[in-house]
Structures are given as structure tokens and as C-alpha cells.
Design a protein around this ligand. Structure first.
Ligand SMILES: C[S@@+](CC[C@H](N)C(=O)[O-])C[C@H]1O[C@@H](n2cnc3c(N)ncnc32)[C@H](O)[C@@H]1O
Length: 259
């Protein structure tokens, strides 16, 4: 599984919508205050620290595959937080958690059969998973632009052997995966979170970090700026509006399941 290094400072400047979704998820959590929580793909740890405030008698472990993100998380975290560089695909912590939370991260994980097995296993009896990640139809403009440019002779050579980085299932397809596991209760539902970027600059920040990271890191150094600039140019033409705002589709899968 490919790991990608993200720039935590640039992510913090470009993650308004991930933070909004995450804060809403956290506000809806049913928490007693003494839980042990796992935050998968915790990023820079700002949301992990918010969860930690809700469990003053418990602990939160944030894991992320990017060491740059974990370094930032250690700065942003609370006293009852621990952080570890760990690929979600390697999760193996049976029976340790009352809640497994993940916001805006699991579309970067390809093998959800293994992930669901490992998260079910990592829950204590009565424990809950609460995931929100990208669904089928997410970022439709960006994906179309990137796929077109990857097939363009000007860029195609650089993408030999490239492994598409995202898994974005339909809610129905994901529900079928969840149902394989003996959760006591499970709900899986889709959500339309389409959004407007207030300016081209805002959209470009999000294109640069995190969206293009896996594509650019596959390319040789000299091929990166032309590909990045071509994506930005086409995205402005495709998603930009006359009033200077930009529009992109954001579709999510939500999972709430109890062991
Ligand atoms: C968009 S950020 C979300 C961060 C945070 N949850 C938030 O909502 O702000 C996605 C995060 O998932 C992490 N990630 C991607 N693939 C991963 C994997 N296989 N295992 C663990 N973390 C992963 C990335 O490093 C990144 O920090």
C-alpha cells in the first residue's frame, strides 16, 4: 500500500471543509467521558484533541501513515492523546477501543475488507465505529481532469505503474461490506456535501494539499510542475464560476456500527 507524505501546515490551511465535517461528527458522538478512542488517519491531530476533551477520564490514540502529520499532531494534541505513525492497513489491536473514529481519511485506504475486519476486532464488546469518508461521485471535476491529463501523451509516460490512490464506494456497496461483520447494529448512509470554494486560491490550496500529493509524488521532479499547472488550469476552467467562486462535488459515506 502506498504511503504519502503530507505537509501538515499546508493541510491546515486547506482543510476547512474536512474540519467542519469532523466537528459535526464529534458533536454527534454519544460519549460518557471514560472511553478509549482510536482516531484513524488523524492527520494533524486537531480533531483528535477535540475528541480527547470529551473523554477526560479516557484516552485517544491517533494513528496516521504520514510522519509529518504525526509530528504536527504531537504538537496539537492534548495530555490524554497518544499519536503513532501507523498505516491503517496494518491495524492489529484486538479488543482495545470503545470508539473508532475516522474523518475524511478512509478513502485513502484501499482494502476495506481487511480494515473492517481489523476495526471490528479492535473494538471492545459494545464499542462503536463512526466513519465519514469520500463516496462514489466525490470530487467529480478533479477526478475527471486528473484522469484526462494522465491519459494525455504529454503526461502519460510518468504514470506507468501508478496505483490509483482512492477507494470511493457507493453507500450501498459499502453497506454490503459492513454487513459481512457481525455488528449488533449498523447504519451506512450517503451524504451530499457539495461545496463552493470562496475563491480560486482556496480551491488551488485544496488541489495542492492533499489532493495532488499521490500523483505528483509518482512523477519525476521535472514532470511535476507541468502536470500540477495543467490540473489547476483545467480545474479553474471546469469548476470556476463567473463570480470568482469554484464548485466541486463532495459525496460522503457515513458508517455508524456497534459491536
Ligand atoms: C484529509 S486528511 C484528514 C485528517 C483528519 N482526520 C481531519 O479530518 O482533519 C487524511 C489523512 O489520512 C491519512 N492517511 C492516508 N492513508 C492512510 C493510511 N493508509 N493509514 C493511515 N492514515 C492514512 C493521511 O496521511 C492524512 O493525514
Amino acid at each position: 500500500m502506498a504511503r504519502h507524505e503530507f505537509d501538515a501546515d499546508r493541510y491546515a490551511a486547506a482543510s476547512t471543509h474536512q474540519t467542519e465535517w469532523g466537528e459535526r461528527l464529534i458533536a454527534e458522538l454519544d460519549i460518557a467521558g471514560d472511553e478509549h478512542v482510536l482516531d484513524i488517519g488523524c492527520g494533524d491531530g486537531r480533531l483528535t484533541a477535540q475528541i480527547a476533551q470529551l473523554v477526560p477520564r479516557g484516552r485517544v490514540l491517533g494513528i496516521d501513515a504520514s510522519s509529518g502529520m504525526i509530528d504536527a499532531a504531537k504538537v496539537n494534541g492534548a495530555p490524554n492523546c497518544d499519536f503513532r505513525v501507523l498505516d491503517a492497513g496494518q491495524l492489529d489491536m484486538p479488543g482495545q477501543f470503545d470508539l473508532i473514529f475516522s474523518n475524511a481519511a478512509l478513502h485513502w485506504v484501499k482494502d476495506h475488507g481487511r480494515l473492517l475486519h481489523a476495526t471490528f476486532d479492535a473494538l471492545r464488546p459494545g464499542g462503536v465505529i463512526r466513519f465519514n469518508f469520500a463516496a462514489d461521485g466525490n470530487c467529480s471535476h478533479l477526478i475527471e481532469v486528473v484522469r484526462d491529463l494522465m491519459a494525455d501523451p504529454a503526461h502519460a509516460n510518468g504514470f506507468d505503474g501508478f496505483d490509483w490512490p482512492w477507494f470511493m464506494p457507493s453507500p450501498e456497496g459499502y453497506e454490503a461490506l459492513v454487513r459481512v461483520h457481525p455488528f449488533r447494529e449498523a447504519s451506512v448512509w450517503g451524504e451530499n456535501a457539495d461545496r463552493e470554494f470562496p475563491s480560486v486560491e482556496d480551491m488551488v490550496r485544496w488541489i495542492d494539499q492533499p489532493s495532488l500529493v499521490p500523483f505528483l509524488s509518482h512523477l519525476p521532479d521535472a514532470a511535476r510542475p507541468p502536470f500540477r499547472d495543467a490540473v489547476v488550469e483545467r480545474m479553474v476552467a471546469r469548476a470556476g464560476r463567473e463570480d470568482g467562486t469554484c464548485f466541486e462535488t463532495f459525496r460522503r459515506v457515513n458508517v455508524l456500527a456497534t459491536k
